[in-house]
Ligand binder design. Structure first.
Ligand code: THU
Length: 159
């Protein structure tokens, strides 16, 4: 038997401890959350990605009466960014969510499908993506999407 431990690092910050550009990215995610289309869950999520060329692209969740047809904020942001800038790496992503017009107290963590897409984006550009998850009480920060999805499936299994 071989046993391996996979560790993931997560750091919690107060908003004041973040840099101006990190705060700006979080503000972009919060603003995007406000225009999410989430009539079924009432859970409005916004995501903002900072690209290697300095551009910020946003996304928010887009729900549908046929529930599985909806899509999360993180994937809207990533797919939109790469629809318009196919060759530009993602440096960081901020995520924020609100319910009943109030931003959540604790950081919101991306779902499994979004983790998979984040990971592939990171590996595709060989560029770790810093993930900032906003909550009113604290901001959780990961240095890499691989901390969100250890022992992940990727294209190496297909070759
Ligand atoms: N959602 C996101 O957009 N991102 C997350 O990180 C978690 C969940 C959306 C999906 C659905 O529209 C709603 O939030 C409730 O699950």
């Amino acid at each position: 038997m071989i046993e391996k431990q996979i560790t993931a690092k997560i750091t919690f910050y107060s908003i004041d401890e973040l840099s101006e550009s990190e705060k700006m990215l979080i503000e972009a995610a919060k603003s995007a959350a406000k225009s999410a289309y989430a009539p079924y869950s009432g859970f409005q999520v916004g995501a903002a990605v900072l690209l290697g060329n300095g551009e910020v692209h946003i996304g928010n969740n887009q729900e549908n009466a046929a529930f599985p047809s909806g899509i999360c904020a993180e994937r809207v942001a990533l797919f939109h960014a790469h629809a318009v800038r196919p060759d530009t790496p993602v440096f960081s992503m901020a995520v924020a969510a609100c319910q009943n017009q109030l931003f959540v107290q604790e950081p919101v963590s991306p779902c499994g499908s979004c983790r998979q897409v984040l990971l592939e984006t990171e590996r595709r550009f060989r560029q770790p993506i810093r993930v900032l998850m906003y909550g009113q009480n604290r901001v959780a920060v990961l240095e890499s999407a691989s901390d969100l999805l250890p022992f992940a499936f990727d294209d190496s299994a297909l070759i």
